[in-house]
Ligand binder design. Structure first.
Ligand SMILES: [Zn+2]
Length: 67
């Protein structure tokens, strides 16, 4: 299986939308666990990286890199 690429600040779409109706999540913490925050209601969840990769559908928007 192809490894998904993502980094801090990216906006991703998950296979299952949040109950609030939004399906755009911002990656706010990287590590063994990934924390993502719903862009609709600001609810955040922490999930193990393996699970995140399984549940992530696609990247919507890459984080803006400031230089
Ligand atoms: Zn939400």
């Amino acid at each position: 299986m192809e490894r998904k690429q993502f980094s801090l600040g990216d906006i991703v779409e998950m296979k299952k939308p949040h109950p609030c109706g939004t399906n755009a999540w911002r990656v706010i913490r990287m590590g063994a666990d990934i924390r993502i925050k719903c862009t609709g209601c600001d609810h955040s969840v922490m999930i193990p990286r393996m699970e995140f990769e399984k549940k992530m559908k696609r990247m919507i928007k890459e984080a803006v890199k400031e230089e």
